[in-house]
Design a protein around this ligand. Structure first.
Ligand SMILES: Nc1ncnc2c1ncn2[C@@H]1O[C@H](COP(=O)(O)OP(=O)(O)OP(=O)(O)O)[C@@H](O)[C@H]1O
Ligand SMILES: [Mg+2]
Length: 672
């Protein structure tokens, strides 16, 4: 007798559930996406015990008739796809026809739904994959799906669930981020009768950011928008003999990008604050992450990450969403084009905006990457269950349990406050004692009650104010500033129409030199100067190995260095401006910093090495603090700084110029 048997539907569904629903947040994700696909404009999510006990999602979408309601729980039953060809241009969030049967195989599910055109609705109970009840019911428009006792019949899965607060944090992050992608829709998240998220419709993403994260976060972000026409469609065209001659020539469409990116002063230790949406679908993607990091190269330090909220729109044919069971990864048909478009759009935005650090904001945002604000628990994409094997990639996205517990937001009924960018909670002293953790009621004392009033009047005003401030605080008029003197011979004070400026003379010069060295290196025109006497530098044996590896690049950057005995180098020439002990220090620094890379990555690291050398030379030859500058020299410095690409921060990410805005000054003197 043969050994092979076809699995029952119930087992097959449970296997699929293993991929699609691994924690309460992934159930929420599937049901939210279904509601959005059904055209809902109002979505309410209720959970109990972090979603383990209960998840209920109510939407006002187009609903289902009785036949469809029954079919929805069949495996591979979907209204969103008919032919294999449709797979090439998916415009909905769902398409696999797997989510509902998977969820129903591991939980007790109740579906209540009314089709738009029908008078009465359908109520359906299904548990562990078995339908227990189907009946007509009088129901309001839309669909409500209740998922109770998740994993009641799969104890192994249940064991992997984390603390309630952790699961709730994941759900919060998820709802928050879908709310960001759809500012025109109404989202609510309620946990055990406490409102966690309440986001009535607003007109623009900026207002939604304001609504959810508050003024502080919005003021640290800058808008970006870009568009690029595609020259060709990503999919190969049919050969001429198969082509219908009457078929119109297809427009390949365009790539569109919009969103928000952080000023260089805001730096994060991990990538948890980077959110990428492709055609309104929240995804994680290495390629785009790389593009974003590239855009910030030499603006923030190499090991830190910005805060980025990126919405990419492209023709559905350009992106394959059918590569991951949970649909959180995608593949682009024209990968490098998309990558470069994102990198260049962001970089151009940074160069054009030239954001200046506000004095007070800079006090709060540490110059070096800050680990807080982005607790890992708030990664909006449901993570692998505890104990499950993790790939390197997911390990980076989902940090350790210890970190999750340390940073888990206390929800609810914690103190009223605002959500941090990742969905964690920040106490908000201005909020009253309402139980609503995040609602319009908590906005700067604005007293609209959540749910009943749409406070968008206030919000629109305040976002406009934040935006005006952002526009004012840029470095576009550096050359017209008038230096009035130095503070302790280290910081230049300058005045402009828009306020008082303090410029760090060392880092300003460092930025000027850094960009010059990189430019000169590019055209192989680095200026070197011969030393009168060769300078001898002692190295340890492993440092000699590192030196051998990078010596060629050092040479191209103006160093002339030769081995002089087994552990000694003789420096015969050096880049102009680098002298004496600074020369020695710079060389030691470059070798030290280059010691951690392996040979294998060397090629890829060439650009990194180049900017590292440039940064080191710049740092060690720039004007020091405690150096007196005459007015002409100060003016020269401001003029040269104004010509740089990124006058905002030094290559290590420290701010160069701080602004005390006219408004802040008036405010501090109680004049406004
Ligand atoms: N909230 C809803 N309102 C209206 N119709 C719904 C809703 N939820 C599900 N449906 C219907 O049920 C079908 C099955 O849903 P299910 O989530 O299982 O599959 P899908 O969304 O088509 O694909 P995927 O498995 O990729 O999510 C959908 O195609 C849709 O027609
Ligand atoms: Mg679905």
């Amino acid at each position: 007798m043969g050994r092979i048997r076809v699995l029952s539907d119930q087992v097959a569904n449970q296997i699929a559930a293993g991929e699609v629903v691994d924690r309460p947040a992934s159930v929420v994700k599937e049901l939210l996406e279904n509601a959005l696909d059904a055209g809902a404009t109002r979505i309410r999510v209720e959970v109990e015990a972090g979603g383990r006990k209960l998840i209920r999602i109510t939407d006002n979408g187009h609903g289902m008739n009785r036949d469809d309601a029954l079919l929805a729980f069949e495996r591979h039953a979907t209204s969103k796809l008919r032919t294999a060809g449709d797979l090439l241009s998916i415009a909905t969030l769902g398409f696999r026809g797997e989510a509902l049967p998977s969820i129903a195989s591991v939980a007790r599910v109740t579906l209540e739904t009314v089709a738009e055109e029908e008078a009465s609705g359908t109520l359906l109970d299904i548990a562990g994959g078995k339908i227990h009840r189907v009946e007509d019911a009088a129901l309001p428009r839309g669909t409500t799906i209740t998922v109770a006792d998740l994993f009641f019949n799969t104890p192994a899965r249940r064991k992997f669930l984390r603390a309630e607060a952790t699961e709730l944090a994941h759900i919060t992050a998820l709802v928050t981020h879908y709310a960001l992608a759809h500012p025109e829709k109404h989202f609510e998240l309620v946990s055990a009768s406490h409102t966690v998220v309440s986001a009535p419709p607003v007109a623009r993403t900026a207002e939604r950011i304001y609504q959810i994260f508050g003024k502080e976060t919005l003021s640290q972000l800058l808008p970006v928008a870009a568009e690029r026409r595609l020259e060709r469609a990503g999919l190969p065209e049919a050969p001429p003999w198969k082509k219908d001659p009457d078929e119109p020539v297809r427009d390949p469409g365009s790539l569109r990008l919009s969103g928000f990116y952080s000023k260089p002063e805001l730096q994060k230790l991990n990538r948890n604050s980077i959110y990428i949406f492709i055609n309104k679908r929240l995804i994680r993607d290495r390629l785009l992450l790389h593009a974003i990091v590239e855009a910030y190269r030499n603006v923030i330090p190499p090991a830190s990450f910005p805060v980025v909220l990126l919405f990419l729109e492209m023709p559905p044919e350009e992106v394959d969403v059918n590569v991951h069971p949970a649909k959180t990864e995608v593949r682009f048909r024209q990968q490098s084009l998309v990558h470069d478009f994102v990198r260049d759009s962001l970089r151009n935005a940074l160069v054009l905006a030239r954001p200046a650090a506000g004095f007070l904001a800079a006090l709060d945002s540490a110059p070096l990457a800050s680990p807080s604000l982005m607790p890992p628990a708030a990664s909006p994409l449901p993570g692998p269950p505890a104990g499950a094997p993790r790939s390197l990639e997911s390990a980076a996205v989902y940090p350790s349990d210890a970190a999750i517990f340390a940073l888990t937001p206390k929800l609810p009924p914690a103190v009223p406050g605002r959500l941090a960018f990742d969905g964690s909670l920040e106490p908000d002293p201005s909020a009253g004692s309402a139980t609503s953790i995040l609602s319009t009621a908590a906005f700067d004392g604005c007293s609209a009650t959540s749910g009943t009033t749409n406070g968008s009047g206030h919000e629109a005003l305040d976002t406009a104010e934040v935006e005006a401030q952002q526009a004012a605080a840029n470095l576009n008029h550096l050359q017209s500033l008038r230096p009035i003197g130095q503070l302790r011979e280290s910081f230049i004070l300058a005045i402009g129409d828009d306020g008082l400026w303090i410029i760090d003379q060392h880092v300003a010069h460092e930025r000027i030199l850094f960009e010059k060295i990189l430019r000169d290196r590019q055209v192989e025109k680095v200026q070197r100067q011969r030393l009168l006497m060769p300078m001898l530098v002692e190295l340890k044996p492993w440092q000699m190995v590192v030196f051998a590896r990078i010596s060629e690049e050092l040479e191209r950057n103006g160093f002339e260095v030769e081995p002089f005995g087994p552990q000694t180098l003789a420096v015969k020439a050096a880049p102009v401006g680098l002298e004496g002990s600074e020369l020695e220090r710079s060389l030691a620094e470059i070798i030290e910093q280059s010691s951690t890379e392996s040979e294998a990555t060397q090629n890829k690291m060439l650009t990194v090495l180049r900017s590292r050398i440039a940064a080191s030379i710049a740092c060690h030859s720039a004007i020091k603090v405690n150096t007196k500058l005459d007015p002409a020299r100060m003016e020269w410095l401001l003029l040269e700084l104004s010509k740089t690409e990124h006058p905002t921060s030094c290559p290590h990410g420290r701010p160069i110029a701080l602004q005390y805005s006219w408004k802040d000054i008036q405010r501090a003197f109680h004049r406004i």
